[in-house]
Design a protein around this ligand. Structure first.
Ligand code: GDP
Ligand code: MG
Length: 185
């Protein structure tokens, strides 16, 4: 992994990527995590490639670089994912079953890609828009069962009211930190 150690800077650089259908809340999860901001409008994420935030983890300073994929997940997978990402936040919208199906499809293609499938990249499924529970189309139970079958992690979030956003990133970063294969290259 990319590890930079300087005296007053940071111990590790973790690069993670947000993937998922348009409109599921990737950009708002990013802005909530890095700046504690939320926006009601969908802004095309043109130009915004990534944002960074420093966090403390087990006494180490981690520079977290979060990439927001504006384009299709296929293009993202090909162009970015294999370039040193340590984790993937695979986002869907709990009120849109189609976005859950898209996430499943992404994982299927990821598994079929030999190079990707061999990696130790940490994958976490993120069901966003938990605040819209009355409009829910994907139950937590079915998403959890899917993740157990696939051996990936699962969390539900709301970028709007901040529920679990910090936790999603914290869990992902802790898992990266505790994956020796990701920390040793
Ligand atoms: P992206 O295309 O995946 O980057 O999605 P955006 O972050 O641009 O969000 C798309 C729309 O969903 C915007 O109108 C956001 O305000 C809204 N949105 C994002 N996250 C949430 C959330 O947790 N709850 C609700 N209610 N709306 C959200
Ligand atoms: Mg976006």
């Amino acid at each position: 992994m990319m590890s930079h150690k300087t005296s007053d800077d940071y111990d590790y650089l973790f690069k993670v990527v947000l993937i998922g259908d348009v409109g599921v809340g990737k950009s708002n999860l990013l802005s909530r995590f890095t700046r504690n901001e939320f926006s009601l409008e969908t802004k095309p994420s043109v130009g915004v490639e990534f944002e960074t935030r420093f966090i403390e983890l087990e006494g180490k300073t981690i520079k977290v670089q979060v990439w927001d994929s504006a384009g299709s997940y296929r293009r993202t997978m090909q162009r970015r994912l294999h370039r040193l990402s340590l984790g993937v936040l695979l986002v869907y919208d709990v009120t849109k079953s189609g976005s859950f199906e898209a996430a499943k499809q992404w994982l299927k293609e990821f598994r079929e890609n030999e190079e990707a499938a061999k990696s130790d990249m940490v994958i976490m499924l993120v069901g966003n828009k938990l605040d819209l529970m009355h409009l829910r189309e994907v139950t937590a139970e079915e998403a959890q069962a899917f993740c157990e079958r696939e051996g990936i992690f699962f969390i539900e979030t709301s970028a709007l009211d901040s529920t679990n956003v910090g936790e999603a990133f914290q869990q992902m970063l802790t898992r990266i930190y505790n994956t020796p294969a990701l920390m040793s290259t």
